[in-house]
Write a new protein. Structure first.
Length: 621
């Protein structure tokens, strides 16, 4: 806490109104008031909290947040959120939480979390949302890293949080939202709801610290400045107006511990749009679909594997109210996007490419999404890209052999190298980790994304893999996983696919292994997939050395297939044991033996695992 910060105001003795539910307005009423408020919008404010207070005044009794799903529906107006945030900010100030302090949350999405974020921004308190699915020991370790002034948690298994100097960190533990009062709700309903005087916040104080997903490394704390968030009040925020400005009702199912959903939420609040927040975590396509139809939602985010998951779990279902699909998290096979376009027939599809540290780097807009049967070869190529770079000079490709040099790849590398970017939202650095910050931003400006890619003559960027994910195959070639994954996803029965490199007994490189899972109700065989790859023209040197068909969902982290887990010996040993057990059962039952190709793949997998060492696997062959 900064002892010289301005006083936040006294707490009134009499309680004020609590978070107020709002009546449902007709589309005509919303459109009329929304257009009038937008026309009266002032110039962008220098601080997000100031911009939010202005937006709350303009949009007043319109719905800002709807909390719905499994439980009862709860509605909150812009005015009620602002009043609650002012009360909570005063309550936090009385507790001694102020400028430069860090407030850690381990909380699933709920209305109090939105109000808490707004309150922190009003006070200059750094908001640090952590994932709720961390192991308790990892969660406590991350809390200790941030040394927070206050912890808000609804994960009972993680509390209490021991302080390194003895005792416990100060915490507020929340019960489930439905039907329960809690300390945050009480603070939101008590005291003065008058506007908060904004303190002076030093430039070095972060507004939010997000965690990296951990799919490629241990989570790091990514710091965003207050200037980054203030920029969300300009036009469509970090995205072009056409991406987020055309719709007024959005679905939010992604956790507020991540950058994508949180930045979208903050942008929508400034635009007077309604966010329908799913009241359960994790959630899936069935509940998303129900909320889309119930509320006539116009915008939907499909990060990571969610797009494919919706196709698998709701085949044949069409969502006609949706006008915009914003997707990202990885590059997708064009055939997969085209199938999703059939499921959302009236939607404009927009892909955003970025990462927690920097973004958006590029956008693939609706004009470049063509339906199956209408797409030319050039259209399909464009759809396989990560989109067109948003601003000239914001992205360059760096030679892989000279990291941190800022030098372009030499002519013989066809422009392929590491993607480096500086965009509308670029991190300040990693929290308490100057070494990693220097590694990621050696020039102090451009973030080294870790993605390998190239930029064509029209400014479209193509992601070919990760700096550490390109597989140096033992056969002497470098294999890009995405090239093989796109062909696997074009098979009608493939629901999930991921290609990774694993240790090979030769010691000269890695074996290329493809993990797949069938769509619901479909059946896959490794031999059929190999034939599919060959017929599609995949070069022999790119063909996987082993193809596995898993019967359970592939492991994920942050809605992406967890390639680190796929490479881990424990996962591979478990899958191998299951395959051997199934083969043994077939043999004892007198079933058909696998074909020669299948036996070769099984044998190679078995030899690779046994040569690798680790736990002994015993099976009657």
């Amino acid at each position: 806490m900064d002892p010289e910060r301005p006083a936040a105001g006294a707490v009134a003795a009499a309680p004020g109104p609590t978070l107020l539910a709002s009546r449902t307005r007709t589309p005509a009423e919303r459109a009329c008031k929304g257009k009038a408020a937008a026309a009266a919008a002032p110039a962008p404010a220098p601080h997000y909290a100031a911009a939010w207070a202005e937006a709350a005044g303009r949009f007043g009794d319109l719905d800002a947040l709807v909390f719905d799903g499994i439980g009862s529906e709860h509605r909150f107006t812009f005015e009620s959120l602002e009043r609650s945030a002012n009360r909570l900010a005063r309550g936090l100030s009385v507790m001694g939480v102020g400028v430069g302090d860090r407030l850690v949350t381990i909380v699933d999405n709920r209305p109090e979390l939105v109000v808490l974020l707004l309150s922190c921004l009003k006070l200059g308190v750094t908001f640090v949302p952590l994932a709720t699915d961390l192991r308790p020991c990892d969660c406590r370790g991350m809390v200790a890293r941030y040394e927070p002034s206050l912890i808000v948690c609804d994960q009972m298994q993680c509390a209490p949080f021991a302080h390194k100097d003895g005792g416990n960190y100060r915490s507020i533990v929340l019960p489930p939202f439905e039907g329960h009062d809690n300390q945050l709700k009480q603070m939101m309903s008590e005291g003065s709801d008058q506007p908060i005087q904004m303190p002076d916040v030093p430039a070095g104080v972060p507004s939010i610290i997000f965690s990296t997903s951990g799919s490629t490394a241990l989570p790091k704390g990514v710091m965003y400045s207050h200037a980054d968030l203030a920029g969300l009040g300009s036009g469509g925020g970090p995205w072009p107006d056409s991406v987020v400005g055309a719709c007024t009702k959005h679905l939010m199912w992604v956790s507020m511990r991540g950058v994508g959903g949180t930045v979208m939420l903050l942008t929508h609040l400034l635009q007077g749009a309604t966010t329908v927040m799913v009241d359960s975590y994790p959630s899936g396509p069935e509940i998303w679909g129900r909320l889309i139809e119930k509320h006539g939602l116009e915008s939907h985010i499909l990060f990571g594997a969610a797009l494919n998951q919706t196709l698998q779990e709701m085949p044949g279902h069409k969502f006609e109210s949706v006008r915009t699909i914003f997707y990202g998290g990885c590059c997708f096979a064009p055939t997969l996007i085209q199938r999703s376009m059939e499921q959302f027939p009236n939607a404009t599809f927009v892909q955003g490419y970025g990462m927690t540290e920097v973004g958006p780097i590029s956008i693939l807009g609706g004009d470049f999404h063509k339906r199956a049967g209408e797409a030319s070869e050039q259209d399909v190529l464009r759809m396989s890209s990560a989109g067109r770079i948003l601003a000239p000079g914001s992205v360059f490709i760096e030679d892989l052999d000279q990291p941190g040099s800022g030098k372009a790849p030499p002519p013989g590398k066809d422009g392929v190298g590491q993607v480096c970017a500086r965009c509308n939202v670029t991190m300040m650095g990693y929290f308490a980790d100057p070494e990693k910050t220097l590694e990621a931003m050696p020039d102090g400006k451009f973030v080294r994304t870790g993605d390998v890619g190239r930029i064509d003559e029209d400014g479209f960027i193509y992601i070919l893999g990760r700096v550490k994910d390109i597989i140096p195959a033992y056969k002497g070639f470098n294999v890009t996983p995405r090239d093989v994954e796109e062909v696997l996803y074009s098979h009608a029965c493939v629901g999930e696919a991921s290609v990774v490199g694993v240790w090979h007994p030769s010691g000269a490189g890695e074996a290329v292994v493809a993990w797949t899972r069938a769509k619901t109700g479909a059946h896959l065989r490794a031999d059929d997939l190999r034939g599919h790859l060959e017929r599609a023209g995949v070069p022999h040197w790119q063909l996987p050395d082993a193809i596995h068909v898993a019967h359970q969902p592939l492991p994920t982290t942050g809605s992406k297939i967890d390639t680190k887990a796929l490479r881990a010996p424990a996962f591979r040993q478990a899958q191998l044991a299951a395959e051997l057990a199934a083969a043994h059962s077939r043999r004892r039952a007198g079933g058909p033996a696998p074909g020669s190709a299948g036996r070769a793949l099984q044998a190679e997998a078995l030899v690779s695992e046994l040569c690798r060492g680790g736990e002994a696997l015993h099976a009657d062959r």
